[in-house]
Write a protein that binds this ligand. Structure first.
Ligand SMILES: Nc1ncnc2c1ncn2[C@@H]1O[C@H](COP(=O)(O)OP(=O)(O)OP(=O)(O)O)[C@@H](O)[C@H]1O
Ligand SMILES: [Mg+2]
Length: 322
């Protein structure tokens, strides 16, 4: 399958502090992420709050430039290139956010919201734009008579359909979805996920799908990448990550998901122990302070990702634990 996006050791570090009382520091929000994304495939990124998921999403949509590393779209670099080359590639990646109400202009009708990306990018004439927007409404399950309505007149699920439709107006090949169903009632979540999967099958879209909800990930992903403190700790095919998780952190996440029954799902991952401060990450494995298997090696030396039975694992002791 066509390779659409590749991340090579991408890092995004934010300098922070340095005020009167605050110490200067560096938040390593994303710290060495690599992945490949193919047409028609979904890579799910999971992990606790603050592990760098949204930062990675902003990098993947070219909203932010990595501090180092390279992001390739269609085999073309996006970091080490000039602004014009970057802009040309930006259109092939679009984003859907968690809160569709925040991302839709409340003063515009659905018809205008859907046509806007075409207007901004000077695509087609008025008649063609309207036709494309009406066709897209039908694609995402909105009725033609809803054309003149405003976002507040829709339910949360319908608003997310509008946001998805808007993201697809420029025919992107990659969709980055940052917790796209987290704000929705569980009964509506499955409908939106099924819509995303239908659209993917029809257009061969690649999804970078960000979620803290492993029940949702189980539904939609082909591959799963588990992040901890800005780094991937385990990455592999969905079925095998769920069936035979290798990293102690992945195991904890799965154990903290009580049930695949959506009504019993937790809204937030809660597992024992604290995340280390991103401002002052420990020199060894970031997970060592919470890990039941940690040894002095883990505290001293950071494990690099390595391939183990089809999973990339960043753990010194994965064989022993597995
Ligand atoms: N602009 C910024 N300046 C400084 N630090 C930032 C900035 N954006 C994010 N961070 C920090 O980077 C880390 C990763 O944040 P990010 O929003 O990517 O996490 P997340 O995994 O999306 O979390 P959540 O599940 O809560 O959405 C956090 O420690 C956050 O405080
Ligand atoms: Mg986030």
């Amino acid at each position: 399958m066509t390779l659409l996006m590749q991340a090579h050791d991408v890092r995004l570090h934010y300098p922070v502090g340095g005020g009167l009382f605050a110490k200067k520091g560096l938040v390593k929000a994303v710290d060495g992420v690599s992945f490949s994304l193919r047409a028609g495939q979904t890579l799910a990124v999971v992990g606790e709050s603050g592990c760098g998921k949204s930062t990675l999403a902003r990098v993947a949509t070219l909203l932010e430039t990595p501090t180092s590393g390279e992001l390739m779209i269609d085999d073309k670099p996006t970091v080490s290139v000039d602004a014009a080359a970057r802009k040309a590639l930006r259109l092939s990646v679009q984003m859907v956010f968690q809160n569709p109400y925040g991302s839709l202009n409340p003063r515009k009708t659905v018809g205008d919201i859907l046509q806007e990306p075409l207007v901004i990018n000077a695509q087609g004439n008025a008649a063609a734009r309207q036709q494309a927007a009406r066709a897209m409404m039908a694609q995402v399950g909105l009725r033609d008579d809803q054309w003149g309505r405003y976002p507040h007149m829709f339910s949360g699920g319908q608003r997310q359909r509008i946001a998805i439709a808007r993201a697809l107006m420029l025919n992107p090949r990659i969709l980055v979805a940052d917790e796209p169903v987290s704000a929705l009632d569980v009964s509506i979540q499955a409908q939106v996920l099924n819509l995303l999967m239908d659209l993917q099958a029809q257009y061969g879209l690649a999804y970078l799908f960000i979620s803290h909800d492993l029940g949702v990930v189980r539904h939609i992903a082909d591959e799963v990448m588990v992040m901890y403190c800005g780094r991937p700790v385990e990455h592999g095919p969905k079925a095998s990550v769920f069936a035979t998780p290798r990293h102690p952190y992945t195991r904890m996440l799965l154990a903290a998901t009580p049930s695949v029954d959506p009504t019993q799902r937790k809204t937030h991952l809660t597992i024992k122990g604290e995340l280390p401060s991103p401002l002052n990450p420990p020199p060894g494995c970031a997970f060592a302070s919470r890990c039941p298997h940690a040894t002095s090696l883990c505290i001293e030396q950071r494990p690099e990702p390595r391939l183990l039975e089809g999973h990339l694992i960043a753990c010194h002791h994965a064989e022993v634990i597995g």
